[in-house]
Design a protein around this ligand. Structure first.
Ligand code: X8Z
Ligand code: ZN
Length: 612
């Protein structure tokens, strides 16, 4: 009886959507059909076709509204974005709630996979309630704008943007100034605390309405394994990388101690988080000059090469595109160059955090960045373009399969290309005059480790915090305490100034107010080394993996593209198998890549007492 009433409501709802100027007997006929509705393959196919068409259309509108809100922050763009997002979320939730009608029904693999995607694929689900959906959407738009507009003002007429302060953290050796900026940036987030609490409560209720225990379980349900198995797999990979991270931590702490002295960097314990070259201490490559091997004068850095060659921001993007073209990917459409945001506009507020967009599931691809002419953004451009080429590769898939094999794959594709930005490649494209001698390899690897290895514990803890918030282990009154417990435990870093529950430090990282899950980056940082190893094998490279570049190799490009074209249509393990020949996530590719630097770090650390 309950089920029948629901079906009837669904048909009325559909009727509302398509217009109700039908004849009475048609309505009668539909009512009769509804009362005899069967949940089988045919009805599943019809339902999925309708959901896909409907959501694709609404999604396109939302995407344009979101672009507007991110590239021109004002109350009107937020209003439009919030409304569009509310309508999309409500519709997605309404479809997701119907999935259970086919529970236990034997369906084709594709249909079952689509049903699962429909049910678990909403990042912040609201309950099926206009007011709550509107509130959830408003909170999302508001927090994103708060982050985008965020500034630290030293006094009435001296304010600094995140970009400016990040530059200082990347290059300065003045611990007091860095501490001021570290603390100053975190003044943007206390006003987000209450909003976040409310957002988490509404979305948790939404997840429960969809049959999940909480939003943590829902987020972890998208990996073709059980939510608990996913946590176990992450932990397993972390254990493989941990010795490398601990060795790096030990060496970096010792070197920073030499630079700053015992007062600023104690020789034992946690590293003060403001001295690692990045606002969140998430990657440490910017402090390479302070911690590099003594006998390795890494003879180039890309920031200098960009300046020497006078590359503009646009040139940097074209260089990225040329790499993909060399692999056999079609050039980007002209609209990419017309509609992307490459540099920070002078006259309006925007969200500078880099992102890649697909506005119409066809050709309207764009990136949104505030490019700075430096090495970090050169890599980020390749990261973002990886998203765009992936989006284009799966555009022929049905709507619910238009995504990556799992979200880590999306993040890993551009980074895989970045691993091919070797000295040999830079020489080949004329950026570097001479390839450095093999004696420079250690410096190169150390720099890579400062970026890739340093990231891993951070990549793990951001969502560990959110999972604990969603499942109630971290209560709102302990948000900051819970955050720092994880940062200290996994990263071995400490806040340089006292923190309390008057602060809300998670909100000072884009992905928290920006509602972007983060475990994907943990996966990506591991997967990219698996992809790189496999593609280097395809090109027939023999030698250490850090010297391999796949630039110009169409076979490697075809292999990458074939994997991308699968979209989300098959379990990610199959996509992994197709590209790498192995079905699992496996950090051993990463560990192997860094073996020489691990050996060197162990020698350096031989007389030191490591750990924190
Ligand atoms: O957010 C990003 C990309 C956009 S998907 C720039 N990344 C993470 C971050 O910045 O925190 C890339 C690496 C990790
Ligand atoms: Zn990304």
């Amino acid at each position: 009886m309950r089920q029948r009433r629901k079906v009837f409501l669904f048909l009325m709802f559909t009727c509302l959507l398509v217009g109700c100027d039908k004849k009475a007997e048609q309505a009668d006929l539909k009512a009769t059909e509804a009362s005899t509705a069967v949940y089988d393959q045919a009805s599943a196919d019809a339902f999925l076709a309708e959901a896909e068409a409907d959501l694709a259309q609404l999604g396109q509108f939302s995407a344009h509204a979101a672009w507007l809100a991110a590239t021109y922050i004002n109350m009107d763009s937020q209003f439009v974005e919030s409304r569009a997002n509310k309508e999309f979320t409500l519709k997605a939730v309404q479809y997701a709630m119907q999935v259970k009608n086919w529970d236990g029904v034997e369906l084709s693999e594709d249909a079952r996979r689509k049903m699962d995607a429909l049910r678990a694929g909403i990042t912040f689900p609201s309950p099926n309630d206009e007011a709550l959906a509107a509130e959830l959407s408003d909170i999302g738009s508001k927090m994103q704008a708060m982050y985008g507009e965020g500034k630290y003002c030293r006094n009435d007429d001296e304010c600094f943007t995140l970009m400016e302060m990040s530059d200082t953290l990347a290059t300065s050796s003045d611990p007091e100034l860095m501490k001021e900026f570290w603390e100053g940036w975190r003044k943007i987030s206390p006003p987000m605390r209450e909003l976040y609490e409310r957002q988490a409560a509404i979305a948790n209720a939404g997840a429960q309405d969809l049959g999940f225990e909480n939003l943590s379980v829902m987020w972890r349900s998208n990996y073709d394994m059980s939510p608990d198995e996913f946590v176990v797999d992450m932990e397993k990979q972390w254990q493989k990388i941990k010795p490398l991270y601990e060795a790096l931590h030990c060496h970096v702490r010792a070197k920073l101690n030499e630079v700053y002295g015992d007062e600023v960097v104690p020789p034992a314990g946690k590293i003060p988080a403001h001295l690692l070259g990045n606002m969140w201490a998430q990657t440490w490559e910017n402090i390479y000059p302070k911690v590099k091997p003594d006998n390795s004068e890494k003879s180039y850095n890309i920031t200098d090469l960009i300046a020497q060659k006078g590359l503009t921001e646009m040139d940097m993007v074209r260089t990225g595109e040329a790499f993909f073209s060399s692999l056999g990917f079609d050039p980007l459409p002209e609209t990419f160059y017309e509609r992307s945001q490459f540099t920070k506009p002078r006259d309006r507020e925007v969200v500078c955090h880099a992102s890649a967009w697909d506005l119409d599931d066809k050709d309207d691809l764009r990136i949104k960045m505030c490019i700075q002419r430096n090495e970090e953004d050169f890599y980020t451009i390749h990261h973002e373009l990886g998203h765009n080429y992936y989006q284009r590769a799966y555009k022929h898939q049905p709507m619910l399969f238009r995504g990556s094999a799992n979200d880590g794959f999306h993040e890993a594709s551009g980074d895989t290309i970045s691993l091919s930005i070797t000295p040999r490649y830079l020489k080949e494209i004329g950026l570097l005059e001479e390839e450095p001698p093999a004696s420079e390899d250690l410096g190169y690897l150390m720099k890579q480790a400062l970026e890739k290895i340093a990231f891993i514990p951070w990549g793990m803890l951001v969502d560990k915090w959110r999972w604990q918030v969603f499942n109630g282990e971290i209560k709102p009154e302990d948000y900051n305490k819970g955050w720092w417990a994880l940062r200290e435990q996994y990263q071995g870093v400490a806040a340089p100034v006292a923190r309390s529950e008057d602060d809300f430090d998670p909100g000072a990282k884009y992905h928290i107010p920006g509602n972007t899950p983060y475990a994907r980056y943990f996966l990506a940082f591991i997967q990219q080394f698996q992809f790189h190893r496999a593609l280097c094998e395809t090109v027939g490279f023999e030698g250490p993996l850090h010297r391999c570049t796949i630039y110009g190799n169409k076979d490697a490009g075809a292999k990458l593209k074939a994997m991308m074209e699968m979209g989300a249509s098959r379990p990610w393990q199959e996509a992994m198998q197709a590209l790498t020949g192995q079905p699992d996530l496996d950090a051993s590719a990463m560990v192997d890549y860094f073996a020489p630097v691990k050996e060197w770090l162990d020698e350096q650390n031989a007389e030191r007492s490591c750990g924190w």
